[in-house]
Design a binder for this molecule. Sequence first.
Ligand code: MOS
Length: 725
Amino acid sequence: MKFEQPAGQNPIDKGTVIGRATPRIDGPLKTSGLATYAYEQWDLPAKPAYAWVLGAAIAKGRIASIDTARAKSAPGVLKVLTAADTKLPGKGSRNTAKLLADGEVEHYHQAVAIVVAESFEQARHAAALIDARYERTDGQFDLAAGKGSAQPDQGTNDSKFGDFDAAFGKAPVQVDVTYTTPDESHAMMEPHATIAAWQGDALTLWTSNQMINWGKQDLAKTLAIPPEKVRLISPYIGGGFGGKLFLRADAIAASLASKALGGRPVKVSLQRPLIMNNATHRPATIQRLRLGADRKGKLVAIGHEAWSGDLPSGEADAAVAQTKLLYAGANRMTQTRLAVLNLPESNAMRAPGEASGMMALEAAMDELAEKLGMDPVQLRIVNDTQVNPEKPEQAFSQRSLVKCLQEGAQRFGWNDRPKTPASRRDGQWLVGYGVASAFRNNMNQKSSARVRLGTDGKVTVETDMTDIGTGSYTIIAQTAAEMLGLPLDRVVVKLGDSSFPVSAGSGGQWGANSSTSGVYAACEKLRGTIAQRLGLDPANIDFADGQVRSGNQSFALADAAKGGEIVVEDGMEWGEISKKYQQSTFGAHFAEVAVDAYTGEVRVRRMLAVCAAGRILNPQTARSQVIGAMTMGVGAALMEELAVDKRFGLFINHDLAGYEVPVHADIPHQEVVFLDEVDDKVSPMKAKGVGELGICGSAAAIANAVYNATGVRVREYPITLDKHL
Ligand code: MOS
């Protein structure tokens, strides 16, 4: 099915199951420990062996020698593999660095050897006996120093409209500020983990991966085998946040080790201290914002330049993405520059681009509001636009930013805010309020599904879509239930297996709308087949209460499958309509913080997000996504930071003791409000992504609240207490 025209009335609009707050259907399995994660497959073809990944001890240079003799003769050791032993042909099209170093070391903790043993402990012990020698060469590890030689990025186009320099120069009110955001780690709970087993020339992986088909294609490419010979199974994922978009070393190590053992299953879980440097992270940014406004607060010039770094042939963080679209203003420019750094490979982390970009843009807007002596909510409202500011002929499919700000201000009690910074005291605490817009693009991806109507009247959905903790199982079940007029418990959902039709996968908050649209298409086809089987007019048919009705005829749904199970497959893709309208999601974040007047400790007191993202398919799982994202906003604002050792090129804090993330005690009352809207220009589901919207702007709202509390503007994230003392 191709989505070409705004969606008309359809079965989803009934809202019998869709749009209702519904607990996760996979919840009981997860809370009782019965959900099998990648490392927890017990039903394997043979007793598994264990592999340990040895990471490079230098950031850049050459492996001079690896002596594995002692490791090989250690107790329990089955194999010790290096690139020389495996003749690993290459790397996938998405990875920047090789997943097993071949002579040359591209980054610190890049895998250089794989030790396979009968037990995990034996593999770990033997790895310590490997004698690897390196020849170190100089690298660039400092973004500030590499900034001067940064080049235009292939992934993000620079943009220029009107005459920015002239307009900014003449603007009566100007802000010219530079913000920095640090390298950050996905720090998901479940490490990258894989069990691999070969049967003949066919390879099966139980792994933890957000994008099954990308993983399958890239694994085949890396091993130089046909993709049909690779099966990825990833039904449950303990968090990804972008860190599991691409194949990582666990998948390669397990595959190579199993091959070396003649197909015996091999388990690999990347050691926590290896992950920060071996895997991927969100890159640090330097962002210069220049905002020029007239005295009434109308933006006349908007300029945003962003620098980030990656390994050679990597990509920049698209931190200017929202600045192209969020506010009106005739004179504007954005520029994205990429510095070559020899730090570990960088990649998307929850809401790439907008997440870090909003931390700078929305703080700069707060600075502008102060210079104007204007309410920051009002400043955002007067600069709203209903068309793409870079392409005025392109309207937004739907844009309710103003409504979000107004509704949020009212619910939060924004009028009671301290209007002067550092003016409110509660005992030892300085109290402040902050606001920021929320913005994240909506990107749809082609997505397919198979649906089966069984002779028992149950419907089974199969798609390689993943559930990374987001609630995919539940919204997919809700979609099929609504389309076929069944209660939720009559629908079975099977996900995360490359033997199922290729879906959108989980990334970029495209999963919910895209994957349910694919299921919609498959269910629409199934409805047609059912009508045909029952001899009913497909144009005049209703599915409800487990019944199929047309005119005065009525059948039980199961009757259609009397002659045998019905199986159909279809998918959704998007046509020109995706280009005709700019599709984005909007919101408003509000935060109240208290800062200890003596120590500078920041406590977040309450947070509110008002979100506008089309139809909310399941307010319960969507809320859970948004509060998770707001929590990552707290981390980004106040604590998360990979500390770069600029001499040796590695992240020093490489575990969850040294890399601080917010915990329950850091998180106060969080309220999430969804505007009641549907967006008929995005899909028949009329839904957009919302999972990443919650992080885009929340960190800036906190930063603005900290400024409002203290009167000290910290432009270097995270805002740790030392920075405003
Ligand atoms: Mo997301 S950072 O695109 O998984």
